[in-house]
Ligand binder design. Structure first.
Ligand code: ADP
Ligand code: NI
Length: 214
């Protein structure tokens, strides 16, 4: 792996995300990078492709960068400026496209490298970090942590998912507890198993405390 190129990519996304607190910040990208490489090593995937796709996976997120999202201009320009081979650059951009579908209408990536990055992105939404991100998101969107009379909506269209005003606890049932089953790789699945168990333990404790039982 070209360590210098990876350092440049880290600096590039750090600048790109400066001042971003929406949950798609630089540190999210860095966690996805670390987890994706950990998965890639076990799965025998191309580490350089995984590293660059992970670092650039949110660089053209439509919510943050609507002007560049269509063409993935940030990712493409970075790769071209750093003389990444056109075939590798194309593969990286293809993976970014697959991963950014991850929210609702998910796509199964067709390469092992894409599978590593998508698993890592989803893993960042579960476990201790996932819990923290969910409550941070809820606070930002002025949502209640929990309301005992609002049940989770388990089946939603893409539109409903984007617009409904649920609680943060319901988000666990509506999305986060479903992610374990969507893992692509055995390595991702085994990390997800532990993180999922931690979230379930957290929810159990939360609801017990809510009712004054613990
Ligand atoms: P995605 O595009 O993968 O759906 P989002 O931008 O919606 O990701 O979410 C970023 C982070 O915010 C994730 O950790 C996600 O779990 C969390 N999040 C998204 N929607 C909600 C919600 N309705 N309530 C609580 N957390 C949320
Ligand atoms: Ni992401």
């Amino acid at each position: 792996m070209d360590d210098k190129l990876i350092e440049h990519a880290k600096l590039y996304v750090e600048q790109l995300f400066s001042g971003e607190f929406s949950g798609h910040d630089y540190f999210h990208t860095l966690r996805v990078f670390n987890t994706a490489l950990r998965i890639a090593e076990k799965e025998g995937a191309d580490r350089q492709v995984v590293a660059l796709a992970a670092l650039l996976h949110d660089a053209d997120d439509p919510k943050l960068f609507p002007e560049t999202a269509g063409k993935l201009s940030h990712a493409r320009d970075f790769l071209a400026e750093h003389h990444v081979e056109p075939a590798a650059a194309e593969q990286i951009c293809h993976i970014i496209g697959e991963v950014s579908f991850a929210g609702t209408g998910a796509v199964v990536p067709n390469s092992i490298e894409g599978k590593c990055v998508q698993d890592a992105d989803r893993l960042d939404a579960i476990g201790a970090i996932g819990i923290a991100r969910a409550f941070a998101y809820g606070g930002n969107h002025r949502r209640l942590m929990h309301h005992p009379d609002i049940p989770p909506k388990l089946q939603m269209t893409v539109e409903e998912y984007r617009n409904h005003k649920g609680t943060t606890v319901n988000h666990f049932y509506e999305k986060l507890l479903k992610l374990k089953a969507l893992m692509n790789t055995d390595t991702g699945r085994s990390i997800a198993d532990e993180r999922d168990a931690f979230m379930r333990a957290f929810l159990w404790e939360f609801l017990e405390e809510w009712d004054g039982l613990r």
